[in-house]
Design a protein around this ligand. Structure first.
Ligand code: C2E
Ligand code: CA
Ligand code: CA
Length: 709
């Protein structure tokens, strides 16, 4: 087909058919927006024909363009695009084929336009190659495309540079797209690598099974998920926490296209959160659950035990003499001890059991799934043995015991609070019974615990009213002459009756009343001794008992001395009886305090010798004057060879260290004779005298001070 400006001339009216065709063409060409043309294949694209659209397109009329009358197409083409356009067309010419090229033109009025030129190289009627084509203004489309491209570029930049991971995925768990941040979060070098590798999101990504399912369920039901937090595997198998926000992308007709969303690495926050939760629920020192978590565990255990018909056993553990180690050796050593006990306890339980730390040296075990008491008992024995294993603290070996109380659901209580209280009461009973043992709760104990509280209150009142009395038990030498007395506290309460020191001393120690009680006893004993000794050539020695707990404070020496000065008794008439327990913690510190007493002129006695920890090294190191052989080494020595042997050994040890050896609890003449033969220096016991009120001691002394039996 050729386009000729004369096509609508009369010469062309050859046939109806031809006439119609060229008319149609003519109309078409001149009414199309754009410019149809034929030009030469020359340096300026000399136009042979242009359609009327030229004016609209470039502001030049057809007449101005044809035959270079005014301006060439080469000139109209933007200088920067000329070469490119020429190459494109030349290629088509060479191939006698089609081309299509986008470029800019400058219109008659200087405006820049984008055009698209589609053309074809053809041979004209003379066989010369010419170019025919159509040029359209695409400035508007181009602007839209540019804007789109810009937008696309912008979005791409957001996508590529976002710090959040961004993804598109399919329902069945494959990635369609991912950005570099997501690749980084999941540990891939590139997004492409991630998309290629992570083909099964459900199994490869989420740590917790069913997590992907939950994600998809939310997506289907709500069309989105917000702050969906999960733990996921990174490529190298390490785990991180992520938060996802995602929605379903749908097409114009509501058809599903993909899931699209963002991923944030929240590991740091999560760890912090977990740490806070841990801190709220765990003891910082030992890492064990604390009281809060313990209550949770008990509640869970109770529900389970009720459902399955098991016992739920609560075990209250209190370390014996922990105070001495903690205050004596220092808190670092105390902490060490607690940590190692915590580890041992945790190690001796099953996974379903709980061990919690609920106070300084108090632990609670929650044992589930026991349905026989015998299995609980064997576990408790194991626990006691574990605790008793030696611990090395500050370079020394220590052995601690524990007092253990047990309360069981459902018999001993139905709720956590009651059970804990009852286990605690049982623990107190165990402590009373001599430590390092366990005790099951009984309702009798409940009564005893109440009594203990009553006792404490009554004791406070009695101290305020100065109702504690002191009795004196004589100590005699081998010729049964009274050489001293031991002051022993006595208490008769108006309502409770006579209460022995074995009951009230431990309560005083636990409640902090031991210091006022001791000072009251000392004041009485010192002033009685002062009266007895007023006219005596050889003064009577007065022995007083000092609780090891007094050695934990800083001021025991000063306070004892203050009373002594107040009363006006010389210190060399006083014997201080202490037990080996004072060395349990910081022995060095105890030795220092005792040395201070010694320096002030007191005599020092080791009470209950042969029963305790036998810290023999201290016997040598510390300035001790007297050893009191415990009653348990005296009772039965006349009947049992073994007891006699131990007593003999204890006495000879004391003698070899040049101490004054006193035998306690001498109840019969056989014992007295035996002890005499072994070289005991002094004797105390019911054989000689029970503890007596001061007036009766005064009478005994007045009668000569020699006891007959
Ligand atoms: P202790 O220091 O070993 O006192 C000796 C205890 O043995 C006294 O019991 C005494 O009455 C008893 N006793 C003496 N001779 C015999 C005997 O031949 N046979 C038997 N079976 N017992 C005998 P008491 O007065 O009941 O005191 C018990 C413990 O209470 C004392 O044991 C002592 O540890 C403590 N205690 C008593 N008074 C005080 C005090 O004022 N302060 C402190 N810290 N503890 C005290
Ligand atoms: Ca004593
Ligand atoms: Ca004793």
């Amino acid at each position: 087909m050729t386009l000729d400006s004369s096509a609508n001339g009369p010469s062309s009216l050859l046939s109806c058919e031809v006439l119609d065709r060229s008319r149609v063409l003519d109309t078409l060409i001149n009414n199309l927006e754009g410019m149809a043309y034929r030009c030469r294949n020359d340096a300026s694209w000399t136009m042979i024909f242009v359609s009327q659209g030229a004016l609209g397109l470039c502001g030049y009329s057809a007449a101005e363009l044809v035959d270079e009358t005014h301006v060439t197409w080469e000139r109209i083409t933007h200088a920067d695009d000329r070469l490119r356009v020429r190459r494109c067309i030349e290629q088509a010419v060479a191939a006698v084929g089609r081309f299509c090229v986008h470029y800019r033109i400058r219109t008659a009025s200087g405006i820049l336009k984008w055009v698209i030129e589609r053309g074809v190289a053809v041979a004209d009627e003379q066989g010369e190659i010419v170019v025919e084509g159509f040029i359209e203004d695409i400035t508007a489309q181009r602007a839209i495309l540019d804007a789109l491209e810009q937008a696309e570029l912008r979005y791409r930049s957001i996508f590529e540079n976002a710090s959040e991971g961004i993804f598109q995925s399919t329902r069945d768990g494959r990635y369609l797209a991912a950005n570099p941040a997501l690749a980084r979060i999941y540990g891939y070098d590139s997004a492409a690598e991630l998309v290629a590798d992570l083909a099964d999101i459900e199994r490869r990504l989420y740590v917790e099974g069913g997590r992907r399912e939950a994600f998809c369920r939310l997506m289907e039901h709500q069309g989105e998920v917000l702050n969906f937090e999960s733990e996921v595997y990174r490529r190298d198998g390490t785990r991180i926490w992520i938060s996802e926000n995602a929605h379903v992308v749908r097409g114009a007709n509501g058809e599903f296209i993909c899931y699209e969303g963002t991923v944030q690495d929240i590991s740091e926050r999560k760890h912090y959160q977990q740490q806070l939760e841990r801190q709220a629920n765990h003891d910082l020192l030992t890492g064990l659950p604390n009281r809060i978590l313990l209550n949770d565990r008990i509640e869970q255990g109770l529900a389970r035990a009720a459902r399955l018909g098991y016992y739920l056993t609560l075990v209250f553990i209190d370390l014996d003499n922990f105070k001495f180690i903690n205050d004596g050796l220092g808190h670092v050593a105390g902490d060490e001890l607690l940590k190692s006990i915590a580890a041992r306890l945790a190690g001796s339980l099953r996974g379903s059991d709980t061990v919690a730390r609920v106070g300084g040296d108090e632990f609670v075990l929650v044992l589930s799934d026991h349905y026989r008491i015998s299995t609980v008992i064997s576990l408790l024995e194991r626990v006691l043995n574990e605790i008793r294993r030696p611990v090395t603290l500050a370079g020394r070996e220590f052995q601690v015991g524990a007092s253990i109380g047990v309360a069981m659901f459902p018999g001993d209580g139905e709720d956590a609070q009651t059970l804990l209280k009852h286990a605690d009461i049982a623990m107190y009973a165990a402590k009373k019974r001599g430590r390092n043992n366990f005790q099951f709760f009984t309702h009798d104990l409940n009564r005893i615990a109440d009594e203990r509280l009553n006792l404490e209150a009554a004791m406070r009142a009695a101290l305020e009213r100065d109702e504690f009395a002191v009795h004196y038990q004589p100590k005699v030498d081998a010729s049964r002459r009274i050489v001293g007395v031991e002051a022993l506290a006595r208490w008769t309460d108006a309502a409770l009756g006579v209460i022995g020191p074995d009951r009230f001393i431990p309560v005083a120690e636990e409640s902090g009343l031991i210091m006022p009680l001791t000072l009251a006893v000392l004041r009485r004993a010192f002033s009685d001794a002062r009266q007895w000794n007023a006219g005596r050539a050889t003064p009577l020695m007065v022995a007083v008992n000092l609780s090891p707990l007094l050695f934990l404070g800083d001021d025991v020496v000063d306070r004892v001395c203050a009373v002594l000065e107040d009363v006006g008794l010389p210190p060399n008439q006083v014997e201080l009886e202490i037990t080996e327990t004072v060395f349990l913690g910081d022995g060095t510190r105890a030795v220092a305090i005792l040395a201070e007493f010694k320096a002030r002129g007191f005599r020092l006695a080791m009470d209950d010798f042969g029963t305790g920890y036998s810290a023999l090294s201290y016997l040598r190191r510390f300035p001790l004057d007297i050893i009191k052989i415990d009653r348990s080494l005296v009772t039965g020595l006349e009947q049992e060879e073994e007891v006699a042997m131990i007593a003999r050994a204890a006495i000879s040890l004391g003698k070899s260290l040049h101490k004054t050896v006193v035998a306690e609890g001498v109840e019969n003449a056989a014992q007295f004779d035996f002890l005499c033969r072994q070289g005991c220096d002094e004797f105390q016991g019911y054989l000689l005298s029970r503890p007596l009120p001061a007036a009766q001691i005064t009478a005994l002394l007045a009668a000569g001070g020699v006891i007959r039996f």
